[in-house]
Design a binder for this molecule. Structure first.
Ligand code: PLP
Length: 456
């Protein structure tokens, strides 16, 4: 229980700050955790309490919370050129270099980059690009966007329409023309007696049928996270992308990989599309792009979409879209440093060396608790799904808020992890050591024991 006196940080936070994605009853009971700083993988609150952040902030702080190289890159960049836009034929040199770097490290042979301030805006921008292409190519009806159940693509009106979560109904979303197909989660969505290969085949057929019903020439694009992150760390079923990519290709529908979480190493490959061996037409990046040290998103277009968008823009003399802070010089300098740290300075190697330790820890914790129904994940991210009955996959009653209780109990013991549906999600920073991993799993295991005993 936190301090709730009127002048406490907790009360002041509650008085004048709106929370995003926060369970308000639990705030009223427990108060806000007001943080002051971080050190390595730890963050500290106003009372000096230390928390190991098993979620890398929000998937993004892969280099931890005080990386001197990133801080220095930011300080140098602020001293040199603290801000500029990328409109009207002007652009910071750091931004030019970042685009070169992003195309170089992308799976594409060539391409172009467009900058935003967030992942939501990058998805929104990509949709506008596809709509712009439709109109330019005399296919104004080509506007529909397909995503999958449990997808998370962001919160702007368009990206929220792509995010297939029930809460978007509270805003009257999705907008017309945003179509959602089945989430490729075999454990949850597979039918009795259906093999994983049959499941994948059924989902491919569903896509084929949807395209036939809607008309291929009305569909502007298909967006997919290689591993669905905020949906609960859901890797695709076996052979999923190999089954759907040919269908999209056959109908001329671009496949956009939303790599906001997967990008820059988390899956054990640089890009999630490489982990699942498919080639998208464009990549959406954010989160790890700056290791969380600056708000930035990017649309990385592959060669084909680059050529099309170039031609469409030449026709009307511009691509009339952009954000004031798109391609910010400081953000660009930080992203260049973050990419260098990850790819050339050992962070990606460290991530890869942690993956077997992480997988072992997840498996051990799952094996310790009969109420863990599924242990799933990819690379350095995973989820444990709590169930009343593992055999029948029966969830806990919603009013018990089991995953929230687990996360709150972890917080009480100095570990930050996140409830997502009935799952607990871990996606640690790449800078963790084996000792940090051991601390994380020990605390999680203790919290699971306590909560399952309470609700058992
Ligand atoms: C977080 C996330 C987004 C949205 O990014 P914001 O920066 O929060 O707008 C989009 N797509 C995926 C896959 C994400 O995980």
């Amino acid at each position: 229980m936190q301090d709730q006196s009127p002048n406490s940080w907790e009360a002041r936070a509650d008085a004048h700050s709106f929370y995003g994605f926060t369970d308000l009853p639990s705030i009223h009971d427990r108060g806000t955790v007001v943080l002051t700083h971080g050190k390595g993988p730890y963050v500290y609150d106003v009372h000096g309490r230390q928390y190991l952040d098993g979620n890398s902030g929000l998937w993004n702080m892969v280099a931890g919370f005080d990386h001197p190289g990133l801080t220095k890159a930011a300080q140098d960049a602020y001293a040199r050129f603290p801000g500029y836009h990328a409109f009207f034929g002007r652009m910071a040199d750091q931004t030019v270099m970042l685009s070169e770097k992003l195309v170089e490290v992308s799976p594409f042979s060539d391409g172009k980059v467009f900058y935003t301030n967030s992942g939501s805006e990058a998805n929104d921008t990509m949709v506008k690009m596809l709509w712009f292409l439709g109109i330019s190519q005399d296919k104004p009806q080509r506007r529909k966007i397909i995503t999958r159940g449990n997808a998370y693509h962001g919160v702007t009106a368009v990206s929220a329409s792509m995010t297939a979560k029930p809460y978007n109904g509270l805003f009257g979303l999705p907008l017309d023309g945003f179509l959602h197909i089945t989430c490729p989660h075999y454990w949850r969505e597979g039918r009795d007696g259906e093999t994983e290969a049959e499941f994948t085949q059924r989902l491919a057929q569903e896509l084929e049928d949807l395209i036939a019903t809607e008309g291929a020439d009305t569909i502007a694009g298909f967006f997919a996270e290689p591993v669905q992150g905020a949906g609960g760390v859901i890797p695709p079923s076996e052979g999923y992308f190999q089954a759907i990519q040919p269908i999209l290709k056959k109908h001329g529908i671009p496949l956009i990989a939303d790599e906001v979480i997967c990008g820059f190493g988390r899956t054990g490959e640089v890009w999630g599309c490489q982990a699942y061996d498919f080639m998208p037409d464009a990549i959406i990046s954010s989160k790890c792009l700056t290791a969380g040290f600056f708000p930035m998103g990017a649309v990385i277009l592959g060669p084909d979409l680059t050529a099309q968008l170039q031609e469409a823009s030449e026709k009307v003399e511009e691509f009339p879209h952009g954000f004031t802070a798109s391609g910010h010089p400081v953000g660009s300098a930080i992203a260049l440093k973050a990419i260098d740290l990850i790819l050339n300075d050992g962070l990606f190697e460290q991530c890869k060396s942690l993956i077997p330790i992480f997988e072992k820890g997840m498996a051990e914790v799952a094996a310790n608790h009969a109420n863990i129904g599924e242990n799933r994940g990819k690379g350095l991210m995973g989820a444990l799904e709590a169930v009343r009955d593992a055999e029948t996959k029966t969830p806990f009653e919603g009013h018990l808020s089991v995953s929230e209780s687990i996360a709150n109990t972890c917080t009480d013991h100095g570990l930050i992890c996140r409830p997502l549906g009935q799952s607990i999600v871990l996606c640690p920073p790449f800078i963790m050591t084996e000792a940090h991993m051991a601390e994380m799993f020990e605390k999680l295991d203790a919290a699971l024991t306590q909560v399952f005993k309470e609700v058992g």
